[in-house]
Design a protein around this ligand. Sequence first.
Ligand code: NAD
Ligand code: WQD
Length: 363
Amino acid sequence: QLQSENIAKAVLVTGGAGYIGSHTVVELIENGYECVIVDNLSNSSYDSVARLEIMTKHHIPFYKVDICDAESLGKVFKEHKIDSVIHFAGLKAVGESTQIPLRYYHNNILGTLVLLELMQQYKVSKFVFSSSATVYGDATRFPNMIPIPEECPLGPTNPYGHTKYTIESILNDLYNSDKKSWRFAILRYFNPIGAHPSGLIGEDPLGIPNNLLPYMAQVAVGRREKLYIFGDDYDSRDGTPIRDYIHVVDLAKGHIAALKYLDACNEKEGLCREWNLGSGKGSTVFEVYHAFCKASGIELPYEVTGRRAGDVLNLTAKPDRAKRELKWQTELQVDDSCKDLWKWATENLFGYQLKGVEARFST
Ligand code: NAD
Ligand code: WQD
């Protein structure tokens, strides 16, 4: 094992080339952490890593590795002194997960098992996991649980949600098997939106976007004809569903708070704990639509269609636990997210293109 003392301790960021991972790398480096990124680029491009290096003025070791490949991932543990892991790598499209469930179970669950086995082998104990509000399923079946606290009974309703639920269970089982050895932070994100205010990194979905904000951005820049609003007959203030939208930079900062919490945690006791990362404030689809029209100055064409299968009325976080224990809360509003998304969308019409960045830095 090459783990000489003069190699700086690093955070291994799986899926670090992706949307939330890349924003988290910026915050990690700003907080003095060294990062190593592992990503198979199945839903991202190396350009995001190149931009991260420009933004942070740091060399960031990058490995194009699939986390299901134990041998290749093992080499990363061998070459770096990994102190903790933030695990973003995974497939995340709810609809797609119902079409190709085996791929989702294989990628998300096997990938996490391989990672945990290597952590065990290399005695790395701190692990921050990207879970999702999707583990709650339709929380409106418990009317006294809106906004949703971490204690709300779980009930995922699609294969993607089941992978997150299963990984949470694995983490709990592993912790219970050896409480001194593990420190697990399970972060349940609500709806991450927006982009870095620099306009250099953001969400770059492949194909037709599934999510509301990226879809609106593509309509606004002329890549799609109009927005389809999936139902206005819900029991909400304007008939459209309510979500807890959170700026991706606030979300990224939540990971630093979680990591610091794990760093400070009593080594004798270990930890496995869940935290909601949300704002606690619900917005309807129409409210977000109006916020984005205001930010872009464009009245987006839209059409109300039928409900989307699997959508629920209200997913709003009760974020009190994260505020109390992690000393973290959101600082930015939906308006800020729309403004930053608009900057990202207009300066990167087709997502990641190094040319644009080179032009910006050549003067
Ligand atoms: P993303 O697709 O942009 O990032 C995930 C990254 O993981 C991608 O770069 C992809 O190439 C990589 N990846 C996937 N499988 C891999 C594998 N087997 N080996 C190596 N790399 C692999 O998605 P994101 O929005 O940044 O999401 C990050 C994490 O947060 C995911 O686990 C997702 O499930 C979770 N999450 C996302 C949201 C959301 O709305 N974006 C909400 C809740 C939870
Ligand atoms: C938001 C609202 C749609 C697109 C998803 C995952 C969840 C989590 C976050 C990963 C809903 C409406 C959307 C469109 C629309 N991801 N909408 N027209 O479904 O709340 O959450 O992302 O863990 O698991 O399910 O997000 O952005 O798809 O939808 O009207 O073209 O916008 O009906 O009410 P969702 P979303």
